[in-house]
Design a protein around this ligand. Structure first.
Ligand SMILES: [Zn+2]
Ligand SMILES: [Zn+2]
Length: 264
């Protein structure tokens, strides 16, 4: 038996005799099935050497990891380095020996934490490769886990500290469990697509569905802005882009302008 990944969203499914019939993540109205239908790739084919993970330093102690050529949604994961251990924030589908070696050279991993189901990717394989390290997922999104693993730790409530100075904060919005990671020493907020950096990289946005252009309502946007208001951060990193400097003010101003435009 082999295991398969959804080519559209990058979700890794448990080993089976054949590829799954459907991808519930893509069938959901927040994602999409391409006009030509759903496609699958075998785990070994993804790892055949035609793609590689690129490590890009973002600021001291923070490295982006992204697959080239792009696979599925094409998001970045991040390695957050702290004196008490490293965290992988969000996840990507490709994990190969070169990637494990690059991460080990930076101190390995103590934990994985993921913003929401679109970035669950190959989380089980990543956890296993680094010694069955814990994977922190918000319990509100448990129904979207397609590949259950003993390493998953479902957290509940508004926040969860995973290492000193590394806190997960539940914001909701895009998914009920959508969360962000606050890294105090780096004055950085890592947001997945709970809070999404827009083209000018000075503002952010908040959507229920990005591919289907479905906005959030005013109470949901206010609730996200309020959840991150107590956190001190200058940089904001989503799954693709960065707000460099004064990111806290960028979130405040963006929430105000967004609510104005949706008539809230
Ligand atoms: Zn999918
Ligand atoms: Zn998403």
């Amino acid at each position: 038996m082999t295991s398969y990944l959804c080519v559209t969203c990058g979700t890794h499914y448990p080993p089976d005799a054949a590829a799954p019939a459907r991808c519930p993540i893509c069938d959901d109205a927040r994602q999409y099935v391409p006009p030509a239908g759903q496609h699958w790739i075998a785990w070994a084919a993804l790892r055949d050497g035609s793609r590689a993970n690129i490590f890009t330093p973002m600021q001291p102690g923070l490295t982006a990891i992204q697959t080239q050529p792009t696979f599925a949604i094409g998001q970045r994961a991040y390695l957050v380095q702290t004196p008490q251990g490293n965290v992988l924030w969000d996840c990507i589908s490709l994990l190969d020996d070169a990637t494990v070696a690059e991460v080990q050279a930076r101190g390995g991993l103590a934990a994985i934490a993921i913003s929401h189901p679109h970035f669950y990717a190959s989380m089980g394989a990543w956890s296993q490769a680094f010694g069955d390290i814990p994977i922190y997922l918000h319990a509100k999104d448990q129904q979207w886990v397609m590949h259950p693993a003993p390493a998953i730790r479902y957290w509940t409530g508004e926040h969860q500290d995973i290492l000193p100075g590394v806190r997960l904060v539940n914001c909701g919005g895009h998914f009920p469990g959508s969360s962000v990671l606050h890294w105090a020493a780096g004055a950085a907020l890592l947001t997945g697509d709970t809070i999404r950096v827009v083209s000018d990289q000075r503002y952010v946005s908040f959507m229920w569905s990005y591919p289907n252009d479905i906005p959030l309502n005013a109470p949901a946007v206010r609730s996200i802005a309020e959840a991150v208001a107590p956190l001190a951060f200058d940089q904001l990193y989503d799954g693709w882009r960065t707000v460099t400097g004064d990111a806290q003010q960028a979130v405040r101003a963006s929430a105000e302008r967004y609510i104005q435009h949706i008539g809230g």
